[in-house]
Design a protein around this ligand. Sequence first.
Ligand code: GLU
Length: 515
Amino acid sequence: MIHPTPRLRFAPSPTGPLHLGGARTALYNWAAARAMGGKFLLRIEDTDQARSSDASLQIILAGLRWLGIDWDEGPERGGAYGPYFQMQRLDLYRSAAERLVAAGHAYPCYCTPEEIEAGRKELEAQKAGFVGYNGRCRHLGAAERAAFEAAGRRPNLRFRMPEARVLRVVDLIRGEVEVNTKELDDWVMLRPDGVPLYNFACVVDDIGMQITHVVRGEEHFLNGIKQRLLFEALGAECPQYAHIPLILNKEGKKLSKRDADTNMLDYRDKGFPPEAVFNYIALLGWGFSGDRDLFTREEMVAAFRIENIGKSGSKFDEEKLRWMCGEYLRRMGADELLERARPWLGTAVPEAVFAGHRGWLRNALACYQERVALFGEFGGKLGWLFGELPVLDAAAQQNLAKDPACKAWLAGYADLLAASNLAPSYPADRAAADAAVSLPSKKDAPPPAGCPWDTPAQIEAATRAFTERIGVKFGSFVHPVRAALTGTDKGPGLFDVVFLLGKDACVRRLRAAAR
Ligand code: GLU
């Protein structure tokens, strides 16, 4: 009897990090479980002991948590269907194996790896149309088995595939597919040391954990056929299978390490917003209603149906992922942005600024909110705000060298600022005014009453008046001045720069450049 509540699982092997494909599989199973009001569990397929490690497991769990994929049963949570580590379930595999042998569905195979290989080559040479295990031990009698045992051979257990049976199976994504079992050989279920192989352990556990739906990569499609037969042999009902197409690179080839970060935690560490990565991964094979690309987890859950996963491979596009990250950053409030970007500002922003000038720092980040995609990109942008003088890059030097008259403008502007009521630096007393300031500056701001310098818009009006007075084209003025103040020709507009630096730093930097 299939469980009345949908139960889905993600079953990673802890032999490496959580990569993009695994994350997508987890995400779809999670979303399907949540959409159907079912349970999502995590099963750790750690039977490849040589390659499995606790370090990999921790990286996988951290990757899932970072993406906001939570599990109802599994490691760290427990549950009524555990244990959730396959190496803790060896007794269950042994007793299932005994039942299968007793019923004639499995048999001991004494072939050595060399004999198996030789048999395979022979089939190949005969052009038998089938290449795999030749079935030598399929029909051994008791005496032959005893002879192998006496010779000290310890058998693998093989599943006896039905001969030439045509299976018509329904996959939730591919639809109806026909497979002839003669294309598949008798496969090894259990090693002599009692450690199961993937297909066998997977089925025993899918039965034991009462899994109702399995969503996984299409590389498991043929495994799914073997698994269906094993369910049948064990007298259990098979879950509904959905095999999702591969993720491709831009050229339409299988995605490789060169095309994308293979560890989810690399995205975390570079400061990708996880909700954007979640959103992007969700779209690798599934579409939200209409042509909407951005949606929340809750919206996805409300809309998700396994049947709507696409049949063709979807392409991973790093640019689109970054665009999406940028969209998420732009929708963030200033406080949230500062809080979440903070781990990446560590070395760029002095600790005292965090403690004493949060309002100012919020404004500094806001200046870049339209220009960056990742939390991790803020740190590298803010360096010019601190320290005595900026380091001039090549473009800044060019800007300063363009017009010989430029030094005089810089000196004049320095004097103007020195005499103005621009705040001296980024002191705490600025924080109250910050709330009222809208950034980035707007050209259509009303002209200043008197000559206040409290907002970028006011700074702009006063600066324009100054350039008119000295008879310099505004466009020619802005670039060298910004270069002198920031050391580069990129970054926020001049008035945001002046506003953020404050009087002391502006005057110091302008005078240094004028010298
Ligand atoms: N451990 C398998 C894998 O990582 C699980 C496949 C499945 O979901 O059945 O590919």
